[in-house]
Design a protein around this ligand. Sequence first.
Ligand SMILES: Nc1ncnc2c1ncn2[C@@H]1O[C@H](COP(=O)(O)OP(=O)(O)OP(=O)(O)O)[C@@H](O)[C@H]1O
Ligand SMILES: [Mg+2]
Length: 230
Amino acid sequence: MNKLEARGICKSYTKSEMTTEVLREISLTIAPSEFVSIVGASGCGKTTFLRIVDGLIQPDSGEILIDDRSITEPGQDRGFVFQADCLLPWRTVIDNVALGLELQGKDRQTAQENARPYIRLVGLQGFENSHPSELSGGMRQRANLARALAIKPKVLLMDEPFAALDAQTREIMQQELLRIWSQERRTVLFVTHQIEEAVYLSDRGSSSPPAPDASNRSSRYNWAGHGPSK
Ligand SMILES: Nc1ncnc2c1ncn2[C@@H]1O[C@H](COP(=O)(O)OP(=O)(O)OP(=O)(O)O)[C@@H](O)[C@H]1O
Ligand SMILES: [Mg+2]
């Protein structure tokens, strides 16, 4: 059984009577515990695709299935690590990581207890009571990752989570992600514009050619990724 399946996803945006086709017939299957990357140039529709998988926006046609069940709205079975970190500045690290658990209906203390192991997992122990403004960019992205993992999603969706980091921090975060993934074994759909990052991290990859113009940006081909043994 597939953990995640996208079937013939199409999406266009219309503004001022001009329609831009972003995704055409995108299909993808991901097995349980697989780490799959999508590589593509800026503007080719990577974030749009992830937002559709997350249920934040609807495709014009096509279907997303998780465990063979069609999804149409966001749910606790998916965790999203956004392109820009979106921690709540007035909440501490522990309260940011606990946020999704509180939204699940857990009281604050239980949510914090459940969040703590994920703070350790991403190496932020000691910073539980810091606010995002007191953290470096890499630490903020660790907190974002912990927040997405804490709800124990079936599928982790990651949208260029390390793009804003310097090369050295990015490398450390990539290693950390593989370490965490080897412990947690979640199904991961990772989006990046860096082929090297995709090859390093993934079991398998799918790439989209650069977005050439508004009328033809959706053809797609596959390549085999050769990540390190995990
Ligand atoms: N809400 C929207 N309304 C209209 N057009 C949009 C909207 N969101 C995205 N687009 C357009 O769709 C195209 C794809 O955008 P998307 O954000 O999915 O690209 P991306 O591959 O994630 O790019 P990047 O690598 O820069 O993040 C772009 O041309 C963008 O302008
Ligand atoms: Mg994007």
